[in-house]
Design a protein around this ligand. Structure first.
Ligand code: NAD
Length: 344
């Protein structure tokens, strides 16, 4: 399925313009029609327009439901942090998979969708001293956020025909992590997903060991905040820790539907190579592929992801990872493969 989609596009700094050209060149060859409501989040404009620019960006994303963000320099404020607060992003979905042609210490094949509740856990409370000799912090697990994250995770598992593992320390943190696991089970039952999707629980420490030993047993993994933080870094290290990651931050409506989804690459603005046609657009194009799938343009999203991996596998990459290409020629290579994949 492909249709017409309006996307809130958030411009950035450094290599952002070169990445944008690559994304638009790819978008043009896809069967769907993509129109962009563009907000200029480059530093100069942020300084000029201030809070009003963020308010407009937020209003646009609330209207379109979808944001696509290029990297921005954190100088006075972090635009990602401002948007996270204003839009109340509560869940982060980060796919992390083995990347063809990239040398790693880990020799297994990883293909994970990490879905992390990005609020609460121990991270909302830095703790407090109890007298002089002890400190304690509150650990918060919130029913509504768990339900929203679980519904989203099951919908991804359903769409991608993958298994879902929820992971926590439910035998020790019996009340907090127990609540999380109970809610995941309730959502599984409520949507009658359990028959169609394999759902397992794993203790988080066991998950880490099993992931390294049998990575192919894990696909969509749903976790609370701190576990998601640890797991994302472990998984990035396993696949070579290169700046080729992409993610989506999600906010939900009262009814639990996705109200806003903002897609971006995990790397920064790369000021050292800005304007030199050297930027590697792989991560931003992976973010675009994720967005296409989210919009329902699954075939285009998969054709793009496959095309990128085919280029990397063939050594047709940009110079930062040893290939012969600049941003433009790499984009042309990707487009050729996307066209072929769509024609299959
Ligand atoms: P960085 O990711 O921008 O750069 C680190 C190194 O990786 C540099 O050598 C850079 O050339 C290289 N690199 C990064 N992306 C690349 C790409 N697509 N192609 C080729 N090489 C690439 O990290 P940094 O230098 O720590 O940060 C620079 C700026 O980016 C800072 O202002 C930081 O706040 C910002 N930043 C923004 C985001 C975001 O908007 N999501 C994320 C991280 C950092």
């Amino acid at each position: 399925m492909s249709g017409t989609h309006e996307i809130t596009e958030l411009l950035g700094d450094g290599i952002a313009d070169e990445l944008r050209e690559s994304v638009h060149a790819v978008a043009e060859v896809l069967p769907g029609i993509y129109t962009f409501d563009t907000m200029d989040l480059a530093y100069e404009n942020r300084r000029k327009e201030g809070r009003e620019l963020y308010d407009r960006s937020v209003a646009s994303m609330q209207r379109t439901g979808v944001g696509f963000k290029y990297p921005t320099a954190t100088i006075e404020e972090s635009p990602n942090a401002v948007l996270r607060k204003l839009l109340k992003f509560s869940v982060i979905h980060r796919p992390i998979s083995s990347i063809p042609g990239i040398k790693t210490n880990f020799t297994g094949k990883l293909d994970l969708d990490i879905i992390r509740i990005a609020t609460g856990g121990t991270y909302d409370d830095p703790g407090q001293m109890i007298g002089d000799y002890a400190a304690a912090s509150l650990r918060i697990v919130d029913r509504k956020t768990c339900e929203q994250a679980a519904r989203y995770a099951f919908s991804v598992a359903m769409r991608e025909r993958k298994s879902l593992t929820s992971s926590s320390k439910y035998t020790i943190q019996r009340i907090t992590d127990g609540l999380f696991e109970d809610i995941v089970q309730e959502v599984a039952n409520e949507f009658q997903y359990s028959g169609q999707i394999e759902h397992r629980r794993e203790l988080f420490d066991a998950l880490l060991a099993k992931l390294v030993m049998d990575p192919e047993n894990f696909q969509v993994v749903l976790v609370l905040n701190e576990y998601g933080d640890f797991l994302s870094d472990l998984a990035s290290g396993m696949v070579g820790s290169l700046g080729l990651g992409a993610s989506v931050s999600l906010a939900f409506s009262e009814k639990g539907q996705v109200a806003a989804a903002m897609f971006d690459a995990t790397h920064g603005t790369a000021p050292d190579i800005a304007g030199q046609n050297k930027a590697n657009p792989t991560a931003i194009l992976l973010a675009f592929s994720m967005m296409l799938k989210h919009l329902g343009d699954t075939q285009s999203g998969e054709a793009l992801r496959k095309g990128l991996f085919e280029c990397l596998d063939a050594g047709e990459t940009t110079g930062d990872i040893g290939g012969p290409h600049n941003t433009e020629s790499f984009t042309r290579e990707v487009i050729e493969r996307v066209r072929a994949n769509l024609a299959e």
